[in-house]
Write a new protein. Structure first.
Ligand SMILES: [Zn+2]
Lengths: 195, 346
């Protein structure tokens, strides 16, 4: 197999890319060999060598423990539990959370053969038992699988004696009621609070 | 009115509209069977007009991965689609609501629930997911044997119980709402015989026909506890709305075993007409679309007459027929010929 074919074949395995878009990407890279292709190849090689999962929280970083876990300006008493590293990035982009994270690496799904032993939970329970930790926020997706997993994690955390909370689901900021789906509206109504 | 020989694609059109209104087909279970053999996906587009508002709904079913929807070009949740489309389909298969397997009656109830309360479509989607997860888990627990860790079954049960209770509650509430209309329709079409309809839980008991949701929940919790060993032994869910039934009685006698051919059709029509009348009354977005899929050939002159009389006031009626003459004169509007999947206005 030619080098180009190999690159195209590998690119086509990426989420969101098919064979067609992989061919386009390769052509684009070839046209910008110096400015794009070489730096990308180097960056990928470096990342592949240095990036690993943080042994404390499961976040991806070149340092272990990761930069978030070692940042002492962050509040060590609150841990936010998420499904995926992408969720850490989303919360970090929003600059809304100043505590620490715990990435469990998926959701319970018997259909996909994912059980509790496949999730990064034992370390979470151990962290929750540390005296410095007072609250664990469960920030799983609002899918049934995500919410069932949140439920399971809450059960596992109960003996640790920390406060366990969940994200509220409801009306997005700037959201017009008319455009909201029924499920979101109902959640928002249920989670209403007095003003 | 869509006219054409059988197998040309008439029913497809109604089935597509029906799918938008309930996310289910009246002919096949599951979306996979709706995708052409040589294709990876199937897409339905429908433009709904009500007063001066137009909304275009798109729904794509995929062979792999989950379906996708758009509302006026914007991405939307699939479970949002039924909120925009309200339709009631009359089909030859309807006699099975009275005489067929429990699955036909559950499908009737679920169509009623989703049409009347479109937000329930999301609850059904979640329920289907949880049921699949739970069955898959029970199957693996059966393999593991007595040492199995049941803690994950406990959490799936929590979701299963609350979704089950919501579905059972909604089925019973909607059933109670249309029952008077079923009776008045049946009295007009058939006779003065009284129709009774009772929700029939399988493997658990409800205190009354209109139990509170908390009581339904308790009943399901008890039943799951009682059947846990058996469920694990058999590796599948044995309790829940996916197993329940609806008992229909005509003059105190079970329709499933006792109804004559004529009574069967009178009752099936009454159930659908009651659904339509109730939706007309309850939904703010105008009349449901009435769809008659080749039903006239099934009905005698008297029942045809009643059907025509009762639906002729609806805003839109779509009819398919192999033989134009089968369709009563009063309902013949704009005709479209359907041949080999191509629709041509006449
Ligand atoms: Zn970390």
């Amino acid at each position: 197999m030619g080098d180009l074919d190999r690159v195209m074949q590998l690119l086509a395995k990426l989420p969101g890319l098919g064979p067609r878009s992989a061919r386009r990407a390769v052509l684009h890279l070839m046209k910008r060999r110096e400015a794009l292709m070489m730096p990308l190849a180097d960056a990928l090689a470096n990342a592949a060598r240095s990036i690993r999962a943080c042994s404390v929280c499961g976040n991806l970083d070149s340092a272990d423990p990761c930069a978030i876990c070692t940042d002492d300006r962050r509040d060590p008493s609150v841990i936010c539990v998420v499904e995926d590293v992408a969720d850490v990035w989303a919360l970090e982009r929003a600059v809304a959370f100043r505590g620490r994270y715990h990435v469990i690496g998926g959701v319970l799904s018997a259909l996909d053969g994912v059980g509790p032993e496949d999730l990064n939970l034992d370390t979470l329970v151990a962290r929750a038992r540390e005296p410095a930790v007072t609250e664990v926020i469960l920030a799983m997706n609002a899918t049934v699988d995500g919410q069932t997993t949140a439920h399971y994690v809450a059960d596992r955390l109960a003996p640790a004696g920390v406060k366990v909370s969940r994200l509220a689901h409801g009306v997005p900021v700037g959201g017009e009621l008319d455009y909201l789906d029924d499920g979101t509206l109902m959640q928002a109504l249920r989670a209403r609070h007095s003003v | 009115m869509f006219v054409g020989r059988n197998g040309q694609g008439k029913t497809n059109i109604l089935e597509a509209i029906g799918y938008l209104s309930t996310l289910a087909s009246h002919r096949v279970g599951g979306a996979q069977a709706l995708i052409g053999d040589t294709h990876d996906e199937a897409t339905i587009f429908g433009t709904l007009s009500h007063q001066s508002r137009d909304v275009t709904i798109g729904l794509t079913l995929k062979r792999r991965g989950s379906s996708a929807a758009t509302v006026s070009g914007n991405t939307a949740k699939v479970s949002e689609v039924p909120r925009w489309v309200s339709a009631v389909l009359f089909a030859p298969e309807d006699s099975a609501i009275v005489r067929g397997e429990p699955g036909f009656r559950r499908a009737f109830l679920d169509h009623l629930v989703i049409s009347g309360s479109p937000s329930m479509a999301a609850v059904y989607q979640d329920f289907d997911r949880v049921l699949k997860q739970r069955n898959s888990l029970l199957k693996s627990l059966r393999k593991t044997g007595p040492r199995a860790d049941l803690s994950t079954l406990d959490v799936w049960d929590e979701s299963f119980i609350s979704l089950s209770a919501e579905i059972v509650d909604q089925r019973m509430e909607h059933l109670a709402a249309i029952l008077p209309l079923v009776n008045s329709n049946y009295a007009t079409i058939a006779s003065g015989d009284e129709v009774q309809a009772t929700y029939l839980p399988k493997g658990y008991l409800l205190p009354s026909d209109r139990a509170e949701r908390s009581k339904i929940k308790t009943a399901v919790i008890d039943a799951l506890a009682r059947h846990r060993t058996e469920e694990i032994d058999r590796g599948m869910s044995l309790i829940g709305p996916q197993r329940d039934d609806l008992e229909l009685l005509i003059s105190q006698r079970p329709a499933r075993s006792h109804a004559s051919q004529g009574e069967t059709w009178s009752l099936a029509l009454s159930l659908r007409l009651a659904t339509a009348a109730w939706l007309k009354q309850e939904r703010p977005s105008g009349d449901p679309i009435i769809m008659l899929d080749d039903v006239f050939a099934e009905l005698d002159a008297k029942r045809r007459g009643h059907l025509v009389e009762m639906i002729s006031g609806y805003e839109q009626i779509l009819i398919t027929s192999a033989v134009e003459e089968d369709v009563p004169q009063a309902l013949r509007g704009q005709v479209f010929d359907v041949a080999n999947g191509v629709v041509t206005p006449r």
